[in-house]
Write a protein that binds this ligand. Structure first.
Ligand code: ADP
Ligand code: MG
Length: 671
């Protein structure tokens, strides 16, 4: 027998049922063996004080009041009793299982599996357990036509036939020894039918490592291929000019900026291809680092291009680059430019007269030819799809690529979603910045808060007020914003100039209102969450967010980043009466940290990766057993080992690693 044979070779499995298993993706014996339970019924007992509302768990305790059954209507009844766990007495209710009454004796210790209702301090029982010890029962995902019981039975048959012994080891012996990993066949058996909790844990550890190692091997191989693509540029930038340019800045770079810059410059000098992501909170100083890299390319005789998502941002960046490098010839290229003007600029780009090029998507459109493009920098890469990234890389002479993002991506996701890229992180703000003070207030406190806000405005500051987010309905969103504007106008009357900004406005109107705010023609900007990314109003020092608990942590952090851009003390005021525990927790975390990475990590834990990036960024892989957040240490170790293996010359031919190369080739691991 071999594991690639169909299920029908098993005794008792006919073609009809084999067909049903196809719906679960199980075609071969190997598929069956590797179809792991997605969870186990965990019958370990828990302490009632540690249970979350709605959690299912086993509670053991002494029966404290005798069981009685109440009948109310046809076949409907409730069995009630209470158990005592330590000092805590809790009520237990079983619905429509009156026969259990015989199993429950006063004074006896029993274990009940059920669902915890925190408010009522009661457990809705689902099962009375015979034994209290560890007992892990596998639970598989099933479909119509395949029941839990039949699946368990077939898997048991497979093991009885000794099929697990046919499983070939797919991890190198060196790694099994180094990490003390269980062998594959034993692990696979224990994934289905663990002898005890300890064995189960070891099996899971092994399987996770295997999954993550193969995943990382793939990425590292891809990465090394990108680097080897040949004709990568080696830009021999001039050390001295760069040093002088740095010295001429009105500040010295932070340690994190220096480190990131050095990483980028190293990539540029080397003849391999740069594919790097630069991450850092708003205001951490990414732009300066990018600008210095552009300058370095210039000293090596190359052009650089900076691509940003909107025209306002393109103009903003062009301004600050001109300030830093007045001696250089900078060309701005946007979509809305007049034809004649555009033609002139395209000519400058093609002749090499243009040294820095700044623009929107227009930069990568047909008809843009670069004389000697060495470096492309993409700001806010979230808005650029994979296809566009590719076009970019095919432009010019295979330029080095640097992407910048102000959305902190938890390291876990950065490694996975961008695993073929190198990552630099600026995790430190320039010295002397006053951290934004964040306060969480309840709606009842609004009058006090508004009095305080008025005083801030009277001192000459400006403020944003964000209306509650209604994701389901744009119409309601707008209605809320309008109502809020009315309320604030009524409250402040002629003591503050108030403007409204919302998503349904035309973009010219939005820009005009933003411009007025920037020029301090208005004091208070009421807005839905449309505030343009990157727009800079240093005089705005208050960010007030209504019903802040409706927002995710990453969103709140982005909003908060709109203030704290000048010398004055800035504030974020979260107005919220959260109903859920998660809402309360989010408000609390926001007041405790301003570190975007910490918040992104928390957000990920609380909401899952999909929520942070939305559907557009769904390139994030899913694993059968491993979990990107919880298994981060394993992921990181797998990455470290893979990178090291792939960096060895001819690693595929080395005895130790052959097995990996072979399996990667077979793609048995990959979907
Ligand atoms: P980011 O692009 O990450 O949002 P910027 O590069 O625009 O940040 O920097 C924000 C502001 O901080 C700019 O006004 C910039 O001149 C200033 N800045 C950048 N680096 C430093 C530093 N090391 N020390 C002091 N100020 C800095
Ligand atoms: Mg910037």
């Amino acid at each position: 027998m071999n594991l690639h044979q169909p299920l029908t070779v098993l005794p008792g499995v006919g073609p009809k049922s084999a067909e049903k298993y196809l719906k679960l993706g199980i075609a071969s014996l190997l598929d069956l063996l590797l179809y792991f339970p997605f969870r186990y019924e965990d019958f370990q007992t828990k302490n009632v004080l540690e249970l979350e509302d709605g959690e299912k768990a086993v509670i053991a305790g002494e029966v404290a009041t005798p069981a009685n059954v109440q009948y109310y209507g046809f076949k409907r009844n409730r069995l009630r009793f209470s158990i005592k766990q330590g000092e805590v007495v809790l009520a237990v209710n079983f619905f429509n299982q009156p026969y259990l009454v015989d199993k429950i004796e006063l004074g006896q210790t029993i274990a009940v599996f059920g669902k915890w209702d925190k408010k009522k301090a009661s457990l809705t029982g689902m099962k009375v357990l015979a034994q209290v010890e560890d007992d892990l029962q596998p639970v598989y995902r099933v479909v119509q036509g395949v029941s839990q019981a039949s699946l368990v039975k077939v898997i048991k048959i497979a093991f009885d036939e000794g099929l697990d012994l046919l499983l070939e080891e797919n991890l190198p012996t060196v790694l099994l020894q180094r990490y003390q990993l269980m062998e594959r066949s034993q692990a696979v058996r224990a994934m289905h039918f663990p002898k005890d909790l300890a064995e189960y844990k070891q099996a899971v550890r092994r399987v996770k490592f295997e999954e993550l190692l193969y995943f990382q091997m793939q990425l590292q191989v891809l990465k090394s291929q990108t680097k080897d693509e040949g004709n990568g540029l080696s830009m021999l930038w001039d050390e001295q000019s760069l040093k002088e340019k740095k010295a001429s800045l009105p500040f010295s770079l932070t340690e994190a900026q220096e480190k990131s810059l050095a990483e980028i410059l190293g990539d540029m000098r080397s003849s391999s291809h740069m594919n790097r992501l630069l991450q850092g909170d708003v205001g951490s100083g990414k732009t300066v680092v990018a600008a210095l890299s552009m300058y370095a390319a210039h000293t090596a005789g190359f052009q650089s291009a900076l691509m940003v998502p909107t025209e306002i941002l393109a103009e903003q960046h062009a301004e600050s680059l001109k300030e830093l490098f007045p001696e250089l010839n900078l060309v701005l290229l946007t979509g809305s430019m007049r034809v004649a003007e555009k033609r002139e600029r395209l000519a400058a780009i093609a002749s090499g007269e243009a040294e820095f090029i700044v623009g929107t998507h227009a930069l990568i459109q047909e008809g843009v030819d670069y004389a000697k493009l060495g470096l492309i920098i993409i700001d806010e890469q979230h808005r650029f799809g994979v296809g566009q990234r590719r076009i970019l890389r095919e432009k010019g002479q295979n330029p080095d690529v640097l992407m910048m993002t102000a959305t902190p991506i938890p390291r876990t996701l950065a490694i996975t979603a961008f695993g073929d890229m190198d990552v630099s992180v600026i995790d430190q703000l320039p010295a002397g910045r006053k951290p934004i003070v964040t306060r969480w207030v309840k709606h009842e406190q609004l009058p006090v808060v508004l009095d305080w806000l008025l005083k801030e405005l009277q001192k000459g500051s400006q403020a944003y007020v964000i209306s509650p987010l209604i994701e389901e309905s744009e119409a309601l969103d707008l209605k809320n914003a309008l109502a809020l504007e009315e309320e604030l106008k009524a409250y402040f009357s002629d003591r503050a100039r108030i403007a409204l900004l919302h998503g349904k406005m035309k973009s010219e109107d939005k820009e005009r209102i933003m411009q007025d705010f920037k020029e301090k023609k208005t004091d208070l900007l009421v807005s839905t969450t449309v505030i343009e990314v990157g727009v800079n109003v240093p005089n705005a020092t208050v960010m007030m967010i209504m019903d802040a608990d409706r927002f995710g942590l990453s969103q709140l952090h982005q909003l908060r980043g709109r203030v704290g851009r000048g010398d004055k003390q800035s504030y974020a005021i979260l107005v919220a009466n959260p109903k859920t525990e998660s809402g309360q927790k989010r408000m609390k975390i926001m007041t405790e940290t301003t570190n975007g990475f910490v918040l992104a990590e928390e957000d990920l834990k609380m909401r899952g990766s999909g929520e942070i990036f939305g559907t557009r960024q769904s390139g994030i892989p899913e694993f059968q057993v491993a979990n990107l957040v919880e298994d981060y240490p394993i992921l990181e170790e797998a990455r470290r080992v893979s990178a090291q293996i792939v960096s060895e010359p001819n690693w595929q031919e080395q005895a130790d690693w052959q097995i990996l190369a072979l399996n990667l080739e077979k793609k048995e691991h990959l979907d």
